[in-house]
Design a protein around this ligand. Structure first.
Ligand SMILES: Cc1ncc(COP(=O)(O)O)c(C=O)c1O
Length: 356
């Protein structure tokens, strides 16, 4: 196999990356190299917000490398997984030429990023077998030339997980042709091992992780791309010079502290229990036709008058996500698992909801 970075757009492969002050010097000494203000702002709280942040903060890289079990050279810290998706599409898909494969129903940003880039999206919908959704592997084989194939495990909004054997087959048939991107935004909620362990074996595999979900840092925008070092180097070159705000770096270091990791695990366990309890309530509801409890922090339901449920719940101050515009999800609603109190409020609303 050639380097997986050879699949990138030629102009990106030959790009001379912008060299920022903090990428050539590490921010120590008398700093007269970045046109910063020498005084911290009011309310700085010791963060030195007058200074540009480290482009890829060393301590955070070390912590993420330990947490994910991946060498630092295989990691790129991004502004959420949204930025990881965007960098991959921009780096690897030439407008009007390269294609992106997606498996709807799935997270919408794969298609949105592809459209912005002018790359065609080909859809290979998940197949619904009874109470499960599965990959259409034969359909995916027909688009093995797609430059990027986005998979999501656990999938948003179905909660489905992808097994390692399928992933190995899909990456294998795309060797030297395209990258397989596995979005693991909800990985901490599953018991299935992460695809990260396959990175050594599959050079064209990319795994996306985020601190937005289990780590409760959606407001800080911190995600990680884990991939072959050549892919990481390529994406780093097209990233803006100082992507990560200093307060976000600090918050990410805090949640990855060993003591706080245990807290995260306890919260994930609690959310899983709440998910099971909510799934039982939904199963018993006369309007609910199918419940997909899934492997994440949400539940997908097919319900008589799904759109009405979303509208009536909103009037009662409870926001649910209508999924009926996604392929195969007519009358489907995605419900995020909340705190026990929030879930009880939803249960009370459902008891009195008039769906006829
Ligand atoms: C599957 C999936 N990937 C990525 C994201 C975006 O994550 P981030 O907050 O890290 O940008 C989401 C957000 O809901 C998601 O559901």
């Amino acid at each position: 196999m050639k380097s997986p970075a050879d699949l990138a757009r030629p102009e990106i492969r030959s790009l001379v990356a912008y060299s920022s002050a903090r990428s050539v010097a590490n921010g120590t000494g008398i700093l007269l190299d970045a046109n910063e203000n020498p005084w911290p702002p009011t309310g700085d709280r010791g963060l030195s917000l007058n200074r540009y942040p480290e482009p890829q903060p060393a301590r955070l890289r070390r912590r993420l490398s330990e947490y994910l079990g991946v060498p630092e050279k295989c990691l790129l810290i991004t502004r959420g997984s949204d930025e990881g998706i965007d960098l991959l599409v921009r780096g690897f898909c030439a407008a009007g030429q390269d294609r992106v494969a997606v498996c709807p129903p799935c997270f919408g940003m794969y298609t949105t990023s592809a459209s912005i880039q002018g790359a065609e999206t080909v859809s290979v919908p998940l197949q619904e077998h009874g109470e499960e959704f599965g990959l259409d592997e034969a359909g995916l084989s027909k688009v093995a030339d797609a430059r990027l194939t986005f998979l999501c495990s656990p999938n948003n909004p179905t909660g489905t997980i992808i097994d390692a054997e399928a992933l190995i087959r899909l990456a294998g048939e795309r060797t030297d042709r395209g990258l397989v991107v596995v979005d693991e935004a909800y990985q901490e909620f599953t018991r299935q091992p992460s695809a990260i362990r396959l990175l050594d074996r599959l050079p064209n595999l990319v795994v996306l992780r985020t601190l937005s979900k289990a780590f409760a840092l959606a407001g800080c925008r911190v995600g990680v791309v884990a991939a072959h070092p050549d892919i990481i180097n390529l994406l780093a070159r097209i990233m803006p010079p100082y992507p990560l705000p200093t307060p976000s770096i600090q918050a990410a270091l805090d949640v990855l502290d060993p003591e706080n990791l245990a807290r995260m695990t306890a919260r994930v366990r609690q959310l899983r229990e709440e998910r099971e309890a909510l799934a039982r309530i939904l199963h018993a509801h006369p309007a609910v036709r199918t419940v997909w409890p899934g492997h994440a922090n949400f539940i997908l339901v097919r319900i008589t008058e799904g759109r009405k449920l979303v509208a009536d719940a909103a009037r009662a101050g409870i926001r649910l996500r209508d999924q009926s515009s996604q392929p195969g999800l007519k009358d489907c609603v995605r419900i995020t698992v909340g705190t026990p109190e929030e879930n009880r409020a939803l249960a009370r609303f459902l008891e009195t909801w008039s769906f006829q």
